[in-house]
Design a protein around this ligand. Structure first.
Ligand code: PMP
Length: 404
């Protein structure tokens, strides 16, 4: 492999620490990733050297801040192959991006009897906003079930996608199971009946290249903090034809063209959807995260992650008391240990410096469908994880078993 992971890890200061007397083994990347030095530097540089508000470039610093902020938008557009930076809206994260579409599209373009289709494996962020739309408009929320295993039931999806389907909202990669959903197929099926499509890419963009034009979706959402950038910044990609006709969801400064007490005209997209002073430092640092990722051999990193996944799955398969849930393909592996409560296992791992997550992973309906009352233990990777990290987790589980 061309990339030396041990060298790459030096870019991530957080990783080089001792936790509970052990070197940190950070396997909670699906919750949030660590930040490389260039991202930390970008944050620091903005606040230390160019701090000024954007889009009011009547002085030098404001001009610099505005340029950096808009360049970050261009970087993000290129990163997901959006046709134009005007189709990139800054949000606080995936949750806010989905809420924006739920408000500006859902509440304004959906009506009684229209159907909204999600899948069983969605994160709450891609369920609850649509429930709210349904409650407000009389639209009906429908759910693509799972097959007997844990895959989305595509035959059922085909039956559920009808001319009544007005909007399809599905996750690209399940945060709870690490399964990659057949989104291109679902988008094609939804478009064939004229439905609007939104893909929740929170767990995808940090793991593999995404091309929104190849996917053909109307909207794509993700969070900066899950792809090596700070919290509080995220992205909504939306096709221009939608952004032009959607009403703003928040209003105030920055999103207007002209205001009188009688009437306000709105700015063009994307600014129409960015009321108030934005997270300038966060956007610039997200641009730095994109630069950082683009500077790496992403295919090599993906192969490395796949090798870690195979190593973990092999190791877990050799343990009689462990059951892996689903068919993990990217990022996350969920498992349960016989009668052991996931939280007990995680606590014993934490004592060994191993960070994993437990519970329902913000996917309660999925856990109910799988009959997992207490949820799972989830180990989630990033490219900076090593084979030693996986070995430490496997050894950590053995040790925990002795203590239980
Ligand atoms: N969707 C998925 C698939 C996620 O994994 C997450 C974060 N766990 C979200 C949505 C919500 O992202 P955020 O909390 O950053 O808004």
């Amino acid at each position: 492999m061309i990339v030396d992971i041990r060298v790459l890890r030096r870019d991530f200061p957080t990783l080089a620490q001792i936790v509970n007397g052990h070197p940190l083994v950070y396997l909670d990347n699906a919750a949030t990733t660590q930040k490389p030095q260039p991202v930390l530097d970008a944050l620091n540089h903005y606040y230390r050297d160019t701090n000024a508000n954007v889009h009011r470039a009547s002085h030098a610093l404001s001009g610099q801040a505005t340029r950096a902020f808009e360049q970050a938008r261009e970087k993000v557009a290129r990163f997901i192959h959006a046709p134009s930076p005007k189709e990139i809206i800054w949000t606080r994260g995936t949750t806010e991006a989905i809420n924006l579409v739920a408000f500006s599209v859902g509440r304004h373009f959906l009506k009684q009897g229209d159907e909204i289709l999600v899948s069983t494996s969605e994160h709450h962020a891609n369920i609850v906003p649509w429930q709210q739309v349904a409650a407000a408009t009389g639209a009906v929320l429908k759910v693509i079930p799972l097959t007997d295993g844990t895959e989305l039931d595509m035959a059922a999806a085909e039956r559920l996608i009808t001319p009544r389907t007005r909007l399809l909202a599905v996750g690209h990669v399940s945060n709870a199971l690490g399964q990659v959903n057949p989104v291109a197929e679902l988008i094609a099926m939804a478009r064939a009946v004229g439905a609007i499509t939104l893909i929740d890419g929170a767990q995808a963009v940090g793991h593999f290249p995404v091309d929104v034009q190849a996917l053909g979706c109307d909207f794509y959402t993700f969070s900066g903090h899950k792809m090596f950038a700070p919290t509080g910044i995220g992205v909504l990609y939306g096709k221009s034809e939608w952004l032009e006709k959607m009403p703003p969801w928040q209003s105030g400064g920055e999103m207007i063209k002209n205001v009188t007490f009688e009437h306000t005209t709105f700015a063009e997209p994307p600014f129409k959807f960015e009321a108030g002073t934005p997270n300038i430092a966060g956007a610039i640092a997200l641009g730095a995260a994109v630069d950082y990722l683009q500077g790496l051999d992403r295919i090599a990193l993906l192969k490395h992650e796949q090798a870690l996944l195979a190593q973990l799955l092999d190791g877990l398969a050799a343990m009689d008391d462990i059951r892996v849930i689903g068919r993990p393909q990217a990022g996350a592996v969920s498992f349960v240990m016989n009668e052991v409560h996931p939280q007990d296992l995680a606590t014993l791992l934490d004592m060994q410096g191993i960070a994993v997550r437990t519970g329902h992973h913000c996917a309660m309906p999925l856990m109910q469908a799988l009959g997992l009352k207490n949820g799972t233990v989830r180990a989630s990777f990033s490219f900076y994880n090593t084979h030693d990290d996986v070995a430490a987790l496997l050894a950590g589980i053995d040790k925990a078993r002795e203590l239980l």
